[in-house]
Design a binder for this molecule. Structure first.
Ligand SMILES: Nc1ncnc2c1ncn2[C@@H]1O[C@H](COP(=O)(O)OP(=O)(O)OP(=O)(O)O)[C@@H](O)[C@H]1O
Length: 240
């Protein structure tokens, strides 16, 4: 459903992403791992249109995404979360979710709809990320883990079909990480998910397949079991 071929991004002499082929199959959870500087975030930024590839193609349901703006790509149904959670400190969880839910509908009518019309959607998304009791809490007062859940909720609210998560467990404690894992697992089949994550145990436990990047290039794409047994992967990544 989403495939990149020959994807390359150069920053002057640095080849951040080097001839990457990767396919996200419909409904799968796909892990993207690799040592620091391997090109993971650059790959995500190329898919979402924040960066333009030096060469290569990015095809989503038969359409080439290269050259489209980030907002056009988001409208096509590709959502993302960021490494550093983005939120409005003084806005409540409900207000955040209202923005997310509203963005996806984009009709003139939706602008004039009453606020209450969004409540069922807001509540459904909040329940999904365990924030149903925090709808009236302003974002700055949420615990760090819950800020991360809010970030995930914003992407879900936007009704994307593909979601790219950039380090969804960054800075979380073990119980928060377990909650993120549960939330991500609940997306399997319903969304196509790419997860960039340093927590290899988390990626292993929830991914259907994993792509390992090293120096911008694909080392392997395989099942979690095979990836962790791959000697090259052990050498460049797991054994570091
Ligand atoms: N805007 C930029 N200008 C110059 N070089 C860049 C830029 N962005 C990334 N790079 C370089 O490209 C390479 C890949 O970076 P990238 O952030 O994609 O790696 P990563 O796998 O996401 O790393 P990390 O795990 O540390 O987040 C690195 O060598 C990085 O220094």
């Amino acid at each position: 459903m989403l495939s990149v071929e020959g994807l390359t991004k150069k920053f002057d002499s640095v080849v951040a992403v080097d001839d990457v082929d990767m396919e996200l199959r419909s409904g799968e959870i796909h892990g993207l791992i690799g040592p620091n500087g391997a090109g993971k975030t650059t790959t995500v930024n190329l898919i979402t249109g924040e960066l333009t590839p030096t060469s290569g193609t990015i095809e989503f349901d038969g359409t080439d995404l290269v050259g489209r703006s980030p907002s056009a790509i988001a409208r096509q149904g590709i959502g993302r979360s960021f490494q550093v959670v983005q939120y409005f400190p003084e806005m409540t969880v409900r207000e955040h979710l209202r923005l997310a839910v509203r963005d996806s509908t984009e009709t003139v009518r939706s602008v004039f709809n009453r606020e209450e019309d969004y409540e069922p959607q807001i509540r459904a998304v909040a329940e999904r990320v365990h924030l149903e009791d925090d709808l009236d809490t302003v974002a700055k007062n949420l615990a760090h883990g819950k800020k991360r859940f809010l970030d995930i909720a914003m992407v879900l609210g936007m009704d994307s079909r593909v979601i790219l998560f950039d380090e969804p467990a960054a800075g979380l404690n073990q119980s928060e990480t377990d909650e993120v894992k549960e939330i991500l697992e609940s997306l399997r089949g319903e969304y196509t998910v790419l997860i960039v994550e340093h927590d290899v145990d988390l990626v292993r436990s929830i991914s259907d397949r994993i792509t390992v990047l090293h120096n911008g290039a694909v080392l392997t794409t395989d099942t979690p079991e095979n990836v962790v047994e791959n000697p090259q992967v052990k050498e460049v990544y797991l054994g570091e």
